[in-house]
Design a protein around this ligand. Structure first.
Ligand code: 3UK
Length: 504
């Protein structure tokens, strides 16, 4: 992977900010609670963050892990690191200390920017030099000059990383280049959503997700628009209140959020300012599309994206929506559906979705096996999804592996199974997704050890559900557990989760 400490003439932080400062410096770039951050102030604080990294002795290409709620500081740290040439690594704020330990070690992060209450505060790591707390005087550390030099890199040098869950439960570092954010802004942002500088966008999905980062940061900034950041967890009440207060014109969510907002929405007028709604992360059930349209008069554009592609590469478009499909290929991308041998299948037949486009990662960090499987010749990338295509419209058919999407977030069955296996009663465990109101939720299948076989009752069921809940973040909690005599397996002893998926 190309490292770069300079010697080019491109830096995406500068590209996203300079034009806005020149053309609309006094315009609000970020709304967050009571705060109004203009493009000029944003640029000044990005520079201050870059200067602080320099003062700390951080070197270009070193990693700066960002574990923060959506906030102006998140944006300063992200763009400030990029401007300085360091590689910011935003991570999910809902994880455990063990997860952070793994990602800090794996990324060899030098700096962690977080809050004093975060689960990463006590994480043991061998590379970290600085833990900076956004709620404890970080602003004063940044009291440096609001002018900073730019680390001039090349457009296809690495700019930042994200992490994506792996099927083993070990997250994978996904590096992205400087040009990737521009590609997303110019294609999905300008051509599909037609974002203008008169737009105000609000993403319920957080900035540490690839979806949220594009929605809330590089799409609006590339288009000179304003972004609304919600620091609190996105309850339906806080989402409705945010929409009523800031009156966004573009609204980004995942299917579960549309569903929960629908259940709480008393007055559909609060979405009157919105002209476009998008959904991604998991397939949008037509039922939710229809109920949302009936309640608000708005169509939701379902689109599939990934951390590896950085954003959405197949999407419905305004005025051309086919509910139940992911829509058509986004300009700037190509998509094919192929069989196991890599040969394109005829229209209507299911196969593996492979994609090509400029914003796709050059490959996972230090994962030769996964790269060999997913990074294909000629710039093609294997998504891991099964799809059909008819008349240019793509329809999701499920994953080619056992990974689950719960509320739009990856959940590895293996990780939950490993927790179940720690319980003395559990002999074998498998976790699969079953439909609840058209959306996938995790359920466990458990074969008990001999001495527990006589009493697989409600008490043990509850105890095992709680055992998982005590050890994993909420989005990984099991909805229920079914006791079985044994799990279905291949001749080589691999659990056949697909057989259990059909069992519901
Ligand atoms: C699944 C969908 C059906 C699919 C994402 C940027 O979700 C995003 O990234 P992740 O890496 O997950 C990617 C995987 O999620 N998926 C996403 N959207 C859909 N399945 N219909 C959809 N509309 O398995 C994909 O491979 O967490 C990242 C921008 C948008 C995103 N959705």
């Amino acid at each position: 992977m190309k490292k770069s400490g300079g010697k080019g003439s491109f830096n995406v932080a500068e590209v996203l900010l300079n034009e806005n400062v020149a053309l609309r410096g006094d315009k609000v770039a970020i709304y967050c609670g009571e705060e109004r951050i203009t493009y000029k102030t944003l640029n000044d604080n990005v520079n201050r963050f870059a200067n602080m990294l320099k003062a700390l002795g951080v070197k270009p290409t070193e990693r700066v892990m960002i574990l923060l709620p959506d906030s102006p500081m998140f944006v300063y740290a992200f763009l400030g690191s990029i401007k300085y040439g360091a590689w910011p690594v935003p991570v999910n704020t809902m994880l455990t200390e063990k997860d952070y330990e793994y990602m800090l070690e794996n990324s060899e992060a030098r700096v962690l920017v977080t809050e004093s209450q975060s689960n990463a505060v006590g994480a043991k790591t061998s590379h970290l030099c600085y833990r900076l707390f956004a709620d404890k005087g970080l602003e004063s550390l940044m009291a440096a000059s609001p002018e900073a030099e730019t680390c001039q890199t090349k457009a296809d040098d690495i700019a930042f990383w994200l992490y994506s869950s792996g099927s083993t439960g070990r997250p994978k570092g996904v590096p992205h280049r400087h040009i990737d954010m521009i590609h997303v802004g110019d294609h999905f942002g300008k051509q599909v959503l037609k974002v203008q500088d008169t737009d105000t966008v609000f993403s319920v999905s957080k900035l540490f997700f690839a979806y949220g980062l594009g929605n809330g940061l590089h799409i609006p900034f590339r288009c000179g628009a304003s972004t609304v950041l919600l620091s609190a967890p996105p309850s339906p009440e806080s989402v409705i209140e945010t929409v009523s207060t800031y009156k966004p014109t573009i609204f980004f969510g995942v299917p579960t959020q549309y569903n929960s907002v629908l259940k709480r929405m008393k007055n559909s007028d609060c979405f009157a300012s919105v002209r476009v709604c998008t959904s991604a992360g998991e397939a949008l059930p037509p039922e939710i599309f229809n109920r949302w349209k009936a309640a608000t008069g708005l169509e939701i554009l379902d689109g599939i994206g990934s951390t590896e592609a950085l954003h959405i590469f197949i999407s419905n478009t305004p005025g051309d929506v086919r509910p139940g499909t992911s829509g058509r290929v986004v300009p700037g991308y190509e998509a094919r559906i192929v069989d196991d041998a890599g040969i394109e299948v005829p229209p209507g037949e299911a196969g593996h979705l492979i994609i090509r486009g400029q914003s796709i990662t050059p490959g996972y960090w230090n994962r030769p096996d996964e790269n060999a499987e997913k990074v294909l010749p000629d710039g093609w990338f294997k998504t891991g999804d099964m799809y059909t295509q008819t008349d240019g419209y793509f329809t999701y058919q499920g994953r080619g592996d056992d990974m689950l999407k719960v509320g739009g977030i990856w959940v590895s069955p293996v990780e939950i199974e490993n927790v179940l296996l720690e319980h003395e009663a559990v002999h074998e465990a498998a976790v699969v997704g079953h439909d609840v109101e058209g959306l996938s939720k995790p359920f466990g299948y458990v074969a008990l050890n001999d001495q527990f076989k006589d009493q697989p009752g409600d008490d043990l069921n509850e105890e095992l559900v709680r055992f998982v809940s005590d050890r994993l973040p909420k989005f990984k909690w099991l909805r229920d557990i079914y006791f079985v005599d044994e799990l279905p397996k291949t001749a080589t002893g691999k659990i056949q989760r697909f057989k259990l998926r059909k069992a519901s």
